[in-house]
Write a protein that binds this ligand. Structure first.
Ligand SMILES: Cc1cc2nc3c(=O)[nH]c(=O)nc-3n(C[C@H](O)[C@H](O)[C@H](O)COP(=O)(O)OP(=O)(O)OC[C@H]3O[C@@H](n4cnc5c(N)ncnc54)[C@H](O)[C@@H]3O)c2cc1C
Length: 370
């Protein structure tokens, strides 16, 4: 089949890997001019570890894992530790989980895509028209392609989902939070583990491995209207949210926001859909089932979803009327479980009031004693 994939991140690269391996003619279009960099560590866990092994990348992913200590320290304004906890003992239970920098994982997956896939950076889908025997896709360069299958792997704010399924508001459930990430923060150099300072409704986290450190700045907010592609505007939004805060190392971190060329900013949300295909278009990864920053499952879901789609296509002899409902059925329990896992993280990381911060710390101290 002739297949067009929109998005060249974890979902798009994994999809390209599997579909080229199955013998399909695959083109990937990616909005950014180059492979998109940024973000902190992501997790490969549960069934995604087996998918990585089947893709032949598990050893390399393991070699590149980040040795981050799985401990969260909650600090006061002077940097003293008030409480701490270890999420792996409370939230996650899959043995062998791997934490790896998002950029390293993207590079590994990109290198794994077998020869034959075409990558077109700085390109996007402009319009989609379903035909009796295919999909006509117009690209932003004005050219038109007729393909047998269109895959939207273009993230939580998916362009393909908007064009084929409808407006974002119908599918994205905003969880009331925004997160900005400074990939390399000098303010936290040398720190090991995740060091969290809370101001009511806001959080600054320095997360390091003893050498390198990233900074995560998050705040509670109703839906904000901003341009997803305007990084300077996003840097301004996060800087404004923390500008007057003198506590801990916040001023140093805030200073770094505008200097990070790969600054990443997004809302924390979940994509909820009844089904992930419409005609000859199918969604993979965050585009179809983003589980949010708090689930720790976004990357794993994207890898599992890509493998599942390829498996269903192969089993159905590329009959889309069988394969796409099969993909829905296979992914539904995995997605539902990941969506469930996102519950709870916000209360711990983003207490709303000063009393909530106190109460959280007391609860964690009590749990540690028990
Ligand atoms: C720069 C960046 C940093 C991130 N950092 C973190 C992090 O630190 N922690 C974390 O848990 N998650 C992070 N994520 C999200 C994480 O990558 C995903 O939750 C998960 O890996 C699933 O990946 P995905 O490929 O479905 O979506 P994404 O990783 O969001 O990838 C979507 C891809 O589609 C591209 N795209 C968007 N619009 C279009 C368009 N119109 N046409 C073509 N391509 C388009 C994007 O540029 C991107 O390459 C980050 C995502 C990005 C893009």
């Amino acid at each position: 089949m002739k297949i067009l994939v929109s998005g060249a991140s974890i979902a798009g690269l994994s999809t390209a890997y599997w579909l080229v391996r199955s013998g399909h003619d695959v083109t990937v279009v990616e909005n950014s001019a180059d492979p998109r960099r940024g973000g902190v560590a992501v997790d490969v866990r549960g069934e995604a570890l087996e998918v990585a092994r089947e893709m032949g990348v598990l050893d390399e992913v393991t070699r590149n894992r980040v040795p981050t200590e799985d401990i969260y320290y909650f600090l006061d304004a002077a940097g003293r530790v008030e409480a701490q906890f270890t999420p792996s003992t409370q939230f996650y239970d899959s043995p062998g989980d791997i934490e790896i920098s998002r950029d390293s994982l993207s590079d590994i997956l990109r290198a794994a895509v077998p020869p034959g896939a075409r990558f077109r950076y700085g390109e996007s889908v402009a319009a989609v028209r379903e035909l009796a025997d295919g999909v006509e896709v117009r690209l932003t360069d004005g050219t038109t392609q007729r393909v047998d299958l269109l895959v939207g792997a273009d993230g939580m704010h998916s362009n393909v989902r908007r064009l084929v399924f409808g407006p974002e508001q119908r599918f994205v459930r905003h969880l009331g939070l925004y997160v900005g990430i400074v990939k390399r923060s000098a303010a936290g150099a040398g720190l090991a583990g995740s060091h969290v300072y809370n101001i009511p409704g806001r959080m600054v986290m320095l997360r390091g491995d003893g050498v390198d450190c990233s900074a995560v700045l998050g705040f509670r907010s109703a839906w904000l209207d901003y341009d997803f592609r305007d990084v300077a505007a996003q840097q301004e939004i996060v800087t404004d949210a923390f500008r007057a805060e003198p506590g801990w190392r916040v001023p140093e971190v805030v200073d770094e926001i505008g200097r990070d060329a790969h600054f990443y900013f997004d809302s924390v949300g979940q994509v909820r859909m009844d089904g992930w295909s419409e005609g000859r278009t199918v969604l993979v990864g965050d585009a179809g089932y983003c589980a949010s920053f708090f689930s720790g499952m976004g990357t794993s879901l994207a890898m599992i979803g890509a493998a599942s789609l390829a498996r269903e296509l192969a089993a159905a002899g590329d009959d889309l009327s069988v394969a796409l409902p099969g993909y829905d059925r296979a992914m539904r329990p995995v997605v539902d479980e990941a969506h469930e896992m996102a519950n709870g993280g916000a209360d711990i990381l983003f207490p709303v009031t000063a009393e909530d911060i106190e109460e959280r710390n007391a609860r964690l101290r009590e749990a540690a004693r028990a």
